[in-house]
Design a protein around this ligand. Structure first.
Ligand code: UT7
Length: 329
């Protein structure tokens, strides 16, 4: 991979549902406690989509906010990439539904399914489309409504997940700002450790699939945790090595927000001190593909990520998939 810069992020935005579930609410639903959830994950509350709103609604809201931030209009967009594993329907793609909701009439649109790494897969794809001059204005959106596929009788998973969407607008790079590099990796041998067995064509909906909760997320938490620590560390280290940078060059680490302990381990691996690590897992829980773009938008709007500064984005998710990107804003 060369060191050319092809595209830059010119706007970000989010779509966050207003409904909130706190740890205390979960104490009434399953055998858990606020103290356990905080200590083991760092999560305090998460947003849950309102009845009648779907992944596409959150994504369209995030996309429109990102375009406003970039001072562009929906008609300016020529590619929409939506990263999600909780699309509205079997098909068409959520990206096409989002296109319609946004009025982005000039865009091509497609989905990427890489779970929690999806936004970085999308960012890498958008960057490549601009590099090869197949697109000029790309909207990359990560959006999920994990609450729709969460088993609220399983304490090992239900306390972890939240809903939301985040988006970034990519345009051809100017000067030395932009995406300095991306790194994508997968290992399909581990798919069964974090998955939804139903909802595809292998097991069609039946009394059995419903009775066995096969339409819900299943996770071997401890195993996933171990792999996540290793993979997030690998992703962070590899992209720094490839771009010839070190942790000292990173102004802000924006890791996937699944668990505070995984975030801490990732930061340590590349020697980035806590004051340069962005964390909002306490307010959102794990929003899968939405977590990095939501965090990135908050960091920018909160003044923690300013123009000229470099962010290291790192993700890990079902597949397994993992990914990283270095971005100079
Ligand atoms: O987004 C992509 C990837 N996802 C992740 O990165 C998630 C990775 N995994 C994790 O974050 C952690 O493994 C969890 C937070 C899910 C679990 O934490 P842990 O420290 O690995 O706990 P554990 O699974 O080893 O369970 C320890 C104990 C068990 O009880 P016993 O067997 O020791 O009696 C669990 O049954 O904690 C129990 N437990 C709970 N207790 C209270 C599990 N969930 C809960 C709960 N409240 N919500």
């Amino acid at each position: 991979m060369g060191n050319s810069i092809y595209s830059m992020i010119v706007g970000t935005g989010v779509g966050i549902p207003s409904r909130i579930l706190t740890n205390k609410d979960f104490e009434k639903m399953v055998d858990t406690s606020d103290a356990w959830i905080k200590e083991r994950t760092g999560i305090e509350e998460r947003h849950i989509v309102e009845e009648g709103r779907y992944t596409s609604d959150l994504c369209a809201e995030a996309g429109l906010n990102a375009l406003t931030d970039a001072r562009l209009k929906p008609e300016d967009v020529d590619l929409i990439i939506v990263a999600t594993v909780t699309g509205d329907v079997g098909f068409p793609s959520t990206a096409c539904i989002v296109q319609e909701k946004m009025g982005a009439i000039n865009a091509a649109a497609f989905d990427i399914a890489a779970a929690c790494s999806g936004f970085l897969y999308g960012l890498s794809m958008g960057n490549a489309m601009i590099a090869t001059e197949q697109a000029k204005t790309v909207l990359v959106i990560g959006g999920e409504t994990l609450s729709r596929v969460t088993d609220y009788s399983d304490r090992g998973t239900c306390v972890l997940f939240g809903d939301g969407a985040g988006a970034a607008v990519l345009r051809p790079a100017e000067g030395n700002r932009g995406i300095l590099g991306t790194y994508l990796k997968s290992d399909g041998r581990f798919g069964h450790l974090l998955h939804i067995p139903g909802l595809g064509t292998r097991y069609l909906p039946s009394h059995d699939t419903l009775d066995n909760h096969m339409h819900f997320i299943k996770m071997e938490g401890r195993e996933v945790f171990k792999q996540a620590v290793m993979a997030m560390g690998d992703a962070a280290e590899t992209i720094l090595n490839r771009t010839g940078l070190t942790g000292d060059d990173v102004d802000l680490l924006i890791p996937h927000q699944a668990n505070l302990r995984i975030i801490d381990a990732t930061a340590k691996r590349v020697k980035i001190p806590p004051e340069r690590v962005f964390v909002n897992v306490e307010r959102y829980g794990n929003t899968s593909a939405a977590s990095i773009p939501i965090a990135m938008d908050e960091a920018r709007r909160g003044g923690k990520l300013q123009d000229g500064q470099t962010a290291l984005l790192v993700a890990f998710g079902s597949g397994f998939t993992w990914a990283s990107a270095l971005v100079r804003f």
